[in-house]
Design a protein around this ligand. Structure first.
Ligand SMILES: *Cc1c(COP(=O)(O)O)cnc(C)c1O
Length: 360
């Protein structure tokens, strides 16, 4: 039998959410940080119209999409790369900048796909401790090694939901060697844009990348469109390892229309944030420890992994799926996506009942 290369056979498949509702229960998935709203009606129409041209390959340069992104964020279009989800971009620049002779550094409770990308590139994956589910710049700087090539920070973080202020990211960048590429993954950036601390200007230094996605605030997870702003020389290298026709005609059209409908996205962010504050308050009132969130999800921290598993089992028995966080080094935590008001209310009621039974 043909054998895969050793570093691939040593890997486990990427863990996606498990979603199997018990017989007779409606499945409620609060497990993948999907938007509580469907896409903008303009995006749906644009995607449907674009399918008329689906006998042709998509624009490999994403010209129209890049143009609206450049305008909206006041950034240079030539530094933008669009990916088949930001996951494609994460994997691609890892292949381009890391290999078995060097290392990638991330905070201890970072987005698990960073580790997967490092494994695929055969680079060592180093982690720095966090400070109560917040990224510690001091710990990251202390963990840098002579062979460190890439530093990944998601801001706001997933699954932690917490956020570093711009001043801390500047301190991190200024403390890193110039040959270390800093990747700031802003998959949830739109949920923190009201704080008015954009990071795109750092890209001009030539050693920093900022990533965003249409999967979260824009509600287009199923279309697979991510993007990032890169120093032009970095973009040039990454382009070589990407799929040349990576985003479908429908995906490109939907993403462009979604950018042009900022009111719709802003309303999604407003509603998500209001529900998040409400659920956080309800859970804290019942004695749950919930981290302060700047995203479309919350992280519920239990006293130990057994209690997290017990609460998770109570939710699953009713068809509600949160996301256990053992894979991110937080086995005592469950991550809950901010879904519809009804689904949240139902989930909170199960958690309250679980807590009462736990304390009885
Ligand atoms: C959801 C998420 C992504 C992946 O986004 P896609 O664009 O859907 O591939 C990347 N980074 C973080 C931190 C995320 O939470």
């Amino acid at each position: 039998m043909t054998k895969p290369v050793p570093h691939v056979s040593a890997m486990s498949p990427y863990a996606l959410a498990e979603l199997n509702a018990p017989a007779g229960k409606r499945l409620i998935s609060l497990s993948q940080n999907e938007s509580l709203h469907p896409p903008s009606p303009h995006a749906i129409r644009a995607a449907a119209d674009a399918v008329r041209n689906a006998h042709l390959y998509p624009d490999p340069e994403w010209a129209e999409l890049r143009q609206v992104l450049a305008q909206l964020h006041d950034i240079p279009a030539e530094g933008i790369l669009c990916g088949n989800g930001s996951m494609e971009l994460i994997a691609s620049f890892t292949y381009a900048f890391a290999d078995a002779s060097n290392a990638i550094l991330a905070p201890a409770h970072a987005y698990p796909f960073f580790r997967t990308a490092a494994q695929l590139a055969q680079a060592r994956f180093d982690i720095a401790p966090e400070d109560n589910c917040s990224v510690s710049v001091d710990a990251l700087l202390a963990a840098v090694q002579p062979d460190t090539r890439l530093v990944f920070v998601a801001n706001p973080g997933n699954p932690t939901s917490t956020r570093l202020p711009r001043s801390e990211l500047l301190r991190l960048r200024n403390g890193l060697r110039d040959d270390v590429l800093l990747v700031i993954d802003e998959a949830y950036g739109e949920f923190a844009d009201h704080l008015n601390e954009p990071m795109f200007d750092l890209v001009k230094r030539g050693n920093t990348v900022v990533l965003r996605t249409f999967s979260k605030a824009y509600g287009l997870a199923g279309m697979r469109v991510g993007w990032g702003l890169f120093p032009v020389h970095v973009a040039h290298e990454i382009r070589k390892v990407m799929n040349p026709n990576n985003i479908s005609v429908a995906g490109q059209a939907a993403a462009r229309a979604a950018i042009l409908d900022q009111d719709y996205m802003a309303e999604t962010v407003r509603m998500t944030s209001a529900l998040r504050l409400q659920v956080t308050r309800q859970l804290r009132d019942h004695g749950f420890d919930v981290a302060e969130s700047f995203t479309n999800f919350i992280l519920i921290r239990f006293a130990n992994p057994e209690l997290a598993q017990s609460a998770d089992a109570a939710l699953r028995a009713e068809g509600v799926f949160l996301r256990p966080q053992g894979g991110a080094g937080l086995p005592h935590c469950l991550r809950m996506t901010i879904g519809s008001p009804e689904d949240l209310e139902f989930s909170v009621s199960i958690l309250k009942r679980w807590k009462q039974e736990e304390m009885a």
